[in-house]
Design a protein around this ligand. Structure first.
Ligand code: LER
Ligand code: MN
Length: 276
């Protein structure tokens, strides 16, 4: 069986130039890099040459959803901005050779709805379908990530993400798991993965405290067993964030650079070796 490829999200290296991040990932033997979805922050030619130089794949674009990019806003203009933003990420992904974009229906850290659940759900399905159709034209997948209840109110578990993916009904739109969010929301992480089956397109990894795997209390053997059970051949990507009430506030944690980057890949390679 082809083994699972390992990536690291540059969101973790918040205050650093992308070239330093990619060089570090190559040094520690990563297969890929997740790039934060702000296309205007990057020079496409530079990213392409870094990927080429360090022989690393762009595994995914990690799209960022805020109050101005929300598929389920009651304001149609903001819903349109979310679709247009994902289209922009699709163009960026195609330009640098990334094959996936992680998405969510709501803005991040937005915990209250603006309309009925049914109405918001339908806006989410319609908007993500339009973005997904555009992505399909360029051979890109959209991976719909479930976030914990403190970051969104709409899709917290994999079964909810799967329901929306099924409602969207496009072969290039699938579910994305993040072990940190799952640890909060799922009753059984292994079963949640198994029930998603071949619709699981992408996985973010962090321990229960969002630190490197092995530093919290998630049972990663069970996660790995479930990934093997569904014959998962996608990416797993490290997404570690500070132990802070606002993890996106840009707080620098020195251990997230060399130390956790090395520790995470050593941990995961051993895990996937042990759980065949
Ligand atoms: C993103 O991948 C994520 O997990 C969220 O917490 C929002 O950034
Ligand atoms: Mn994530």
């Amino acid at each position: 069986m082809k083994d699972i490829k390992i990536s690291y999200n540059t969101l973790v290296y918040a205050d650093e130039d992308i070239s330093a991040g990619i060089a570090r990932l190559a040094r520690f033997g990563y297969d890929g890099v997740d790039i934060v979805g702000e296309p205007s922050n990057y020079d496409v030619a530079e990213i392409r040459s870094l990927l080429e130089k360090y022989q690393i794949e762009a595994s995914s674009i990690c799209a960022v959803f805020d109050e101005e990019r929300n598929f389920v806003s009651s304001n149609p203009q903001i819903r349109r901005q979310a679709i247009d933003y994902v289209r922009e990420c699709v163009d960026f992904a195609a330009a640098i050779g990334a094959k996936a974009i992680s998405v969510q229906a709501t803005a991040c850290m937005k915990i209250n709805p603006e309309a009925s659940e049914e109405e918001e759900w339908n806006w989410g399905v319609t908007g993500l379908r339009e973005a997904g159709e555009y992505a399909a034209e360029k051979g890109i997948r959209l991976t719909l990530e479930a976030w914990n209840r403190y970051e969104t109110y709409l899709i917290n578990r994999l079964d909810q993400a799967l329901k929306m993916v099924n409602d969207i009904n496009l072969s290039n739109v699938g579910v994305m798991a993040d072990t940190y969010h799952m640890n909060i929301e799922e009753s059984n992480m292994g079963d949640a993965i198994r029930n998603t089956g071949d619709k699981l397109f992408y996985v973010h990894i962090a321990d229960s405290n969002r630190a490197a795997p092995g530093r919290g209390h998630i049972d990663f053997k069970e996660v790995a067993r479930a990934l093997r059970d569904i014959h998962y051949e996608g990416w797993v990507s490290m997404e570690l964030l500070p132990a802070a009430a606002d993890p996106f506030g840009g707080k620098r944690c020195d251990e997230f650079y060399d130390q956790y980057t090395e520790e995470s890949i050593v941990y995961l390679r051993k895990l996937f070796e042990e759980v065949k």
